[in-house]
Design a protein around this ligand. Structure first.
Ligand code: SAM
Length: 239
């Protein structure tokens, strides 16, 4: 990535917080699968950057076709479900850990979905991978909550992140945000509200809300539901 001009004190260089796949000394079977068995649908950091601005070509769809993103797919139950129930929309997942990354794309492939791809990348540097207005809907479900105050800087939802996300999404698309952490929700909601996004939905108890029936319960969500915890949810639109 190009360095910002030296005379702009507020500009900072954004770098992914992850070790590059090609430099790993002892690749696991999941790492090998990423650039081997699943290489046609899964991309490491280096290969992912090549498709910036041209992701739709990897699906063989038109430049106007919808392309949705799920950040932090985990073991991929929502990812595979979404790809299957929306076959006319392309779906790209983003995950930092190799095991869930491979589980996600494998699950979607087993379901017979041709519209799923996945990349290994740090979502806090989305702009390395996607060009302005390249994305449609974005799903962020149960992101790592980073509960300790000294770690809040690691939370994905930040003012700068929302500004960048806005620029990467097409008008008429939405961001779906769910979390089991009340503390994270109370952090994220005001940031969304003070961003350029427009609020469409917000509830402090998704499963008692009018949106419960259409909701797909993710793996992490099921763990927290079993403990009787509420799920916090909001949806914001780029008008
Ligand atoms: C708590 S899990 C939730 C998984 C899934 N969305 C669910 O609801 O079951 C969070 C996932 O996000 C991934 N993750 C964390 N930080 C990330 C980042 N900066 N970029 C991409 N993925 C990230 C983690 O590896 C993990 O798989």
């Amino acid at each position: 990535m190009e360095a910002p001009p030296k005379d702009t004190p507020t500009a900072r260089i954004r770098r992914p917080r992850l070790v590059e796949t090609k430099t790993l000394p002892n690749p696991t079977n999941y790492v090998v699968a990423l650039n081997g068995e699943f290489a046609a649908w899964a991309y490491d950091e280096e290969r992912a950057k090549v498709h910036r601005g041209e992701w739709r070509k990897t699906y063989g769809v038109s430049p106007s076709a919808p392309l949705d993103l799920e950040i932090g797919t985990g073991n991929g139950y929502f990812f595979a479900h979404r790809a299957k129930v929306e076959p006319t929309r392309s779906l790209i997942g983003m995950e930092v850990k190799y095991k869930p990354l491979i589980q996600s794309i494998r699950r979607a492939r087993r379901e017979g979905s041709e519209n799923a791809r996945i990349v290994r990348y740090d979502a806090s540097c989305l702009e390395d991978i996607f060009a302005p207005e390249e994305l449609d809907h974005v799903f962020i479900h149960h992101p790592d909550p980073w509960p300790r105050q000294r770690d809040w800087k690691h939370r994905l939802i930040q003012t700068e992140f929302l500004d960048i996300l806005w620029s990467l999404m097409r008008p008429g698309s939405f961001v779906n945000f769910k979390t089991d952490s009340e503390d994270y929700y109370d952090w994220a909601l005001p940031l969304f509200e003070s961003s350029k996004f427009k609020k469409l939905r917000a509830t402090r108890d998704l499963h008692k809300s009018e949106w419960a029936t259409e909701n797909f319960v993710t793996h992490f969500e099921s763990l927290f539901l079993q403990k009787g915890q509420a799920i916090f949810y909001c949806r914001f639109e780029k008008p």
